[in-house]
Design a protein around this ligand. Structure first.
Ligand code: SF4
Ligand code: SF4
Length: 104
């Protein structure tokens, strides 16, 4: 599932540049940062941890039950987002938290 940011976000901005899919932006009206679920791959294809969650001081980047997706769907999404370099993406335990969870 995509990751979402809760209303406890303190708008520090630490997560925005960490996102490899440029899925995070500042929502001025609410004064917090938000994740576009259409661009969030849970970092699948890039990293085996969710980089926004790893960077977030108050730990408010959490799974979004409204956007449940499989590893295969997320991998397809990252290749579609970056279609000009789709062949460069690989799926292994360094690029998917799904694999780490299974290994544990
Ligand atoms: S989980 Fe990864 S892809 Fe999704 S918003 Fe966070 S940093 Fe971006
Ligand atoms: S790092 Fe966490 S607290 Fe800071 S802007 Fe991102 S979601 Fe909000």
């Amino acid at each position: 599932m995509a990751t979402k940011i809760t209303e406890e976000c303190i708008a520090c901005g630490a997560c925005e540049d960490e996102c490899p899919n440029t899925a995070i932006s500042y929502a001025e009206a609410a004064d917090l940062f938000v994740i576009d679920p259409a661009r969030c791959t849970e970092c699948v294809g890039h990293d085996n941890e969710q980089r926004c969650a790893a960077a977030c001081p108050p730990d408010v980047c959490v799974p979004d039950p409204a956007h449940v997706e499989t590893e295969a769907e997320l991998f397809d999404k990252v290749k579609t987002l970056w279609s000009e370099r789709a062949d460069e993406f690989i799926l292994d335990d360094s690029t998917s938290h799904f694999r780490l969870n299974q290994a544990g």
